[in-house]
Ligand binder design. Structure first.
Ligand SMILES: NC(=O)c1ccc[n+]([C@@H]2O[C@H](COP(=O)([O-])OP(=O)(O)OC[C@H]3O[C@@H](n4cnc5c(N)ncnc54)[C@H](OP(=O)(O)O)[C@@H]3O)[C@@H](O)[C@H]2O)c1
Length: 265
């Protein structure tokens, strides 16, 4: 199926690794030009040149911290200056510390909210006026199924993700009349660096080794395996594309029917 993405311009935050990088590969293969953000310039530049070489598309690396408002705004300005406009925003720059309530300090909660919630709000805010003026745009927030269910080990992620989902549902209604579709994609466990770190932390908190932590993790997954970044990117690309033209304010789970959080098993 042709997704109708050829010639579109996408800005992807958190795109040097993991789900963001896989989304960049796929959108470029579908014919998009890209602006990619991350904090670590060397990783980002390598990712951008790999994606450009594989796809033949223009890929602009923009170093910036999405928990800093000025960085977010300057990345959006630079992307518009380079390409003239932005059709698609995908937010992937997020992380939230795992742990039990009595081990989490204010700094853990604030770190999660500042990046995973406010970073997404900042990114949308920086781009939505531009999309409204153009009368079109597609915004996909990669959030997480912790926002849709309870988990006593992923409290800070759950709170930030639930806030993202509420935010996205609200602005989806506000901006749909202006031709802007807003949706969220909500993975369960995905095999990325972030997931690796969470399994290490789970092993620490449960007093078990990492292989045991991994086997424990699989128990919550009916498919008995962790999702790949490409399996999330496929859903993100479709959601972002004109093929999903009547999809607005949806919160799409990509979690293999995981109903109990891995850490709580
Ligand atoms: N992996 C999972 O199991 C899973 C499950 C549910 C939801 N999610 C969500 O999906 C999104 C992507 O996760 P992932 O697993 O793909 O993560 P990842 O592999 O750790 O990659 C994170 C990307 O974001 C960048 N990043 C991190 N902090 C940033 C900041 N402050 N400003 C700008 N860029 C930043 C990283 O580069 P730098 O470090 O160089 O900045 C990297 O490019 C996150 O929001 C995550 O919460 C992941």
């Amino acid at each position: 199926m042709d997704l109708g993405l050829s010639g579109k311009v996408a800005l992807i935050t958190g795109a040097s690794k993991g789900i963001g990088l896989e989304t960049a590969r796929l959108l470029a293969a579908e014919g998009c030009d890209l602006a990619l953000t991350a904090r670590t310039a060397a990783d980002l530049e390598r990712a951008a040149s790999d994606v450009a070489a594989a796809s033949g598309r223009r890929v602009l690396p923009l170093t910036g911290d999405m928990s800093v408002t000025e960085d977010v705004e300057s990345c959006v300005r630079a992307a518009i200056a380079e390409f003239g406009h932005i059709d698609i925003l995908v937010t992937c720059a997020g992380s939230s510390p795992g742990g039990l309530l009595e081990d989490l300090g204010d700094e853990d909660w604030l770190a999660s909210l500042s990046l995973k919630f406010l970073g997404y709000v900042r990114s949308v805010r920086a781009v939505v006026g531009h999309m409204r003026e153009r009368g079109e745009g597609s915004i996909v927030l990669v959030v997480g199924n912790d926002g849709l269910k309870q988990s006593y080990w992923e409290l800070t992620a759950g709170a930030a993700n639930a806030a993202d989902i509420n935010f996205a549902s609200s602005i989806a209604e506000q901006y749909a009349p202006h031709g802007i579709r807003v949706n969220t994609v909500n993975p369960g466990p995905v095999a990325t660096d972030r997931w690796d770190g969470l399994e290490t932390a789970l092993a620490r908190d449960k007093g078990i080794d990492k292989d045991q932590a991994h086997r424990l993790a699989l128990r919550s997954l009916p498919l008995n395996r962790i999702c790949t970044p490409a399996e999330v990117a496929n859903v993100v690309a479709f959601t972002a594309s004109p093929r999903a033209s009547y999809l607005v304010g949806a919160n799409i789970p990509v979690d293999g029917a995981q109903r109990k959080a891995i850490m709580d098993t």
